[in-house]
Ligand binder design. Structure first.
Ligand SMILES: Cc1cc2nc3c(=O)[nH]c(=O)nc-3n(C[C@H](O)[C@H](O)[C@H](O)COP(=O)(O)O)c2cc1C
Length: 546
């Protein structure tokens, strides 16, 4: 008889019937470390068994035999099937995007989701989305060329962000993506469908020589509201299609084909996240969008139903597992990747992020939709930006013109926040927009409140650039988009090699999150089968990848 080396604390809960186990007793491990290793070994199936002395251990399922009497008096308590992380999520997501895991990294504006980050992911056969928002077209084009050269046959995506106040930017991005044959866009911030996103999608539809409809331009729409989700789960609206045909952007045949496909292949339910967010909890948003998808699928009967993935707050094995168990087709991470060495952010920012706790974030006015009162989620530890931006918004609401701001308040702004006279800021703003989008300046003529908004947006816009470039002397003004996911990640990796910002690599993070989720799945599924496992077995400690 095998003798247990130490009490591993594992017990069987009372059960109604007992099932005999026949197998090789020598293959059973009891020692806590060996049990932990078995739980982590997701490539193999295991069984949990109890010996006649009442000790519980684990053995590879292959050690089970059908021979009666080989191990008399042993009991089978539970099965732990093989659980490779490749199995999580929708297999169609993996096949469609040709990726190893149902996992992707979301776009981060201003190239924070950099070419290096997207290339690292692609080389590991994982999908990363380039952060094109906020970059001038020439920079986006350079990055397209770099990424296409580095990833000729591997996955990658580019962000197509809706720009309500700068429509030209959205149009320009679509033209670049079509010109370079970008096959996957992550569409975000859309409030409704625009001609640009419809053009991108439909210009990629064609019939192959076998007469089958082919989708060449894939859309992953990131959504936090049901109404917008419904628009992306439906085919493109006839009115927009007719206009695009008339303008010569799509052919009449493509407009016809568009009736048979949804606007998006994948829809990411974005819950409380870093940056722009509606702060919805994933546990509420995801089931709601899954149900919406099922309703629309029942009406439309698409050959390939829209897949619904999850983003927001995902930065620990528990969160990854939770999302998959709730039915997510794939998971998307964000905040945690900004703290990785490949991100386009600065070392100072990465260090601040590595120290953040889950409560070190707050909502503060957004640069792009400042006048509308839209807010973004930011890091508040180590920077005064969120409070200063909040003050600017209060002044904007309170006064109709810069001239109305009391002299003492204005002097404080010029000294502490802008570090220059407001008239100088206005001149810089004029120069900036005259090159980029002169209409912005024309629209401010004779509208002092609009001029005030543009001046305040100078600060809001530059503050994220200062953060990315690590501008010395402006540390207290760094605007760092970040959600509670960052703190949760820091708590998880404390004490492991990933605690150090210099060791955080996007692929390491992805691998450990997925493997950690697989480990946790085993532990939780054994508990659900009536095996009591002490919490010490939950821990998955990231080790450097070999
Ligand atoms: C620094 C930063 C910048 C972001 N910029 C964009 C962006 O430009 N476009 C976009 O679609 N999403 C953007 N996001 C959202 C991420 O792609 C992702 O959906 C989100 O961060 C996931 O939630 P999490 O932060 O809780 O992980 C950004 C997030 C962060 C943290």
């Amino acid at each position: 008889m095998t003798v247990a080396t130490a009490d591993n604390g594992i017990r069987a809960l009372p059960r109604t019937a007992s099932v005999a186990w026949h197998g090789d007793p020598a293959a059973v491990v009891f020692a806590p470390d060996a049990v932990q290793a078995a739980l982590r070994d997701g490539a193999q199936a295991y069984v949990v068994v109890r010996n006649p002395d009442g000790q519980v251990g684990m053995a590879p399922a292959a050690a089970t035999t059908t021979r009666n009497g080989h191990s008399t008096g042993w009991e089978l308590l539970a099965n732990a099937p093989a659980c490779p992380p490749e199995q999580f999520g929708d297999p169609l997501f993996r096949a469609f995007h040709q990726v190893r895991y149902a996992y992707s990294t979301g776009a981060m504006a201003n190239g924070i989701a950099s070419a290096d980050l997207v290339i690292a992911m692609g080389q590991a056969q994982l999908l990363g989305s380039f952060g094109a928002a906020g970059l001038v077209p020439a920079r986006v084009e350079e990055n397209i060329q770099r990424i296409q050269q580095a990833l000729p046959n591997q996955p990658y995506a580019f962000n197509l962000i809706h720009s309500p106040s700068e429509e030209a930017l959205e149009r320009g991005a679509v033209e670049l993506y079509l010109k370079y044959g970008i096959r996957t866009v992550e569409a975000s911030a859309f409030l409704a469908l625009t001609p640009q996103i419809v053009r991108y999608r439909v210009a990629g539809l064609r019939l192959n020589p076998q007469g089958q409809l082919e989708i060449q331009n894939r859309v992953i729409a990131k959504i936090s509201r049901r109404e917008t989700a419904a628009a992306f789960m439906q085919p493109a609206p006839d009115k927009l299609l007719a206009e695009l045909v008339q303008q010569g952007y799509i052919t009449p045949q493509q407009a016809q084909l568009a009736q048979y496909v949804p606007m998006a292949d994948d829809l990411t339910a974005e819950s409380d996240s870093g940056g722009h967010t509606d702060n919805r909890p994933l546990v509420s948003l995801l089931p709601s969008l899954l149900a919406l998808r099922d309703d629309i699928q029942a009406q439309r009967n698409y050959p390939m139903p829209v897949r619904v993935g999850a983003a927001g707050g995902i930065s620990t094995p528990a969160a990854v597992l939770g999302a998959f168990m709730m039915g997510a087709a794939y998971v998307v991470t964000g905040s945690v990747n900004q703290a990785c060495v490949e991100s386009g952010s600065s070392a100072h920012v990465r260090n601040l992020l590595a120290q953040a706790g889950i409560a070190d974030v707050m909502m503060a006015p957004a640069a792009d939709m400042f006048e509308m009162g839209v807010k973004v989620q930011l890091l508040k530890k180590g920077t005064l930006f969120p409070l200063r931006a909040q003050r600017l918004y209060e002044l904007y609401v309170q006064y109709d013109a810069l001239e109305d701001i009391p002299a003492a308040e204005r002097a404080k702004l010029e000294q502490q926040v802008f570090q220059k006279p407001l008239e100088e800021v206005w001149q810089e703003t004029v120069n900036y927009f005259m090159q980029r989008d002169p209409e912005q300046i024309e629209r401010a003529a004779d509208k002092p409140k609009r001029k005030m908004a543009l001046v305040f947006r100078w600060y809001l816009g530059l503050s994220s650039r200062w953060a990315n470039s690590g501008t010395a002397g402006r540390e207290m003004d760094y605007q760092i988009w970040c959600g509670p996911a960052m703190g949760a990640f820091n708590d998880w990796v404390r004490g492991s090699y990933l605690e150090q910002p210099a060791n955080r690599r996007v692929v390491d993070v992805a691998m450990h999150l997925m493997h950690g989720a697989a480990h946790l799945y085993r532990v939780q599924s054994l508990r659900m089968q009536g095996v009591y496992l002490p919490t010490a077995y939950d821990g998955y400690r990231p080790e450097p990848l070999g």
